[in-house]
Design a protein around this ligand. Structure first.
Ligand SMILES: Nc1nc2c(ncn2[C@@H]2O[C@H](COP(=O)(O)OP(=O)(O)OP(=O)(O)O)[C@@H](O)[C@H]2O)c(=O)[nH]1
Ligand SMILES: [Mg+2]
Length: 220
């Protein structure tokens, strides 16, 4: 779907997804691949948080999904608290060739948990640059290890991706966005039910008051 200004004016469903992870794990490249389907070689390090959005239609609703790309060099509590507080979901990125980069995801998650209770927020891992692991058929070699790591650390899912050739990027991010939208729609449904109940009680009370008024106004 095209991201046009007119489109963005027509709806109010904004969702916020944050990308966290070490320097050079590929966060900026992943966002550019997902949103614009491009890849730039030799990208400069991101020096301040950036965002870009994509319009996604689901169940007849258009959502504007904002992707916040946080610089890997900045793990300061200010950044996580300012940008992450109202996020709907998180993508933790690591480099498939750098073992420490996967382990560092735990540190990123811990610094996030200092400012936010993540137990009810969808979090996924993207182990990026899998094109450097070998042939396409080998992309999923030892994927069980990654899945186990993800389960043990309470992530919703983990994917090998390549921003360079696009492998699994749409699949992985659409999975996260779907989860977020399902959650948001369920919450809205529950809120509606609660409001209806509340309105029902109010109108019952109003009816009772009207009946009492009518009774007291009756002339004998
Ligand atoms: N081979 C390969 N290179 C990639 C891939 N993704 C990113 N790169 C390259 O890796 C380098 C770092 O990528 P970035 O997207 O800038 O990484 P980043 O996580 O945004 O880094 P910071 O902004 O410093 O936090 C760039 O030169 C990219 O071209 C990939 O999937 N495969
Ligand atoms: Mg970057």
């Amino acid at each position: 779907m095209e991201n046009s200004f007119e489109d963005s004016q027509r709806f109010g469903n904004d969702l916020k997804v944050i990308l966290l992870g070490n320097v050079s794990s590929g966060k900026t490249s992943i966002v550019e691949r997902y949103i614009n389907n491009i890849f730039r070689d030799k990208l400069r390090a991101t020096i301040s948080p950036n965002f870009a959005y994509k319009l996604i239609k689901k169940n007849n609703t258009i959502y504007r999904v904002h992707f916040w790309d946080i610089p890997g060099q900045d793990r300061s509590p200010q950044i996580t608290s300012v940008f992450c507080r109202d996020a709907h979901g998180f993508i933790f990125c690591c480099d498939a060739l750098v073992k420490k980069s996967r382990e560092d995801i735990i540190t990123w998650k811990k610094s996030l948990e200092n400012v936010l209770d993540t137990s009810d927020i969808p979090l996924i891992i993207l182990e990026n640059k899998c094109d450097l692991l070998g042939k396409e058929n080998d992309y999923n070699k030892n994927i069980e290890e990654l899945k186990k790591f993800s389960e043990e650390n309470n992530f919703l899912g983990a994917f090998r991706t390549s921003a360079l050739n696009g492998y699994n990027i749409n699949n992985a991010i659409n999975f996260l966005v779907d989860e977020i939208i399902n959650k948001v729609e369920k919450e809205e449904e529950e809120n509606k039910k609660l409001n209806n109940k509340e309105n029902g009680r109010k109108s019952l009370r109003l009816n009772e008051i009207n009946v009492q008024k009518a009774k007291s106004n009756k002339c004998c």
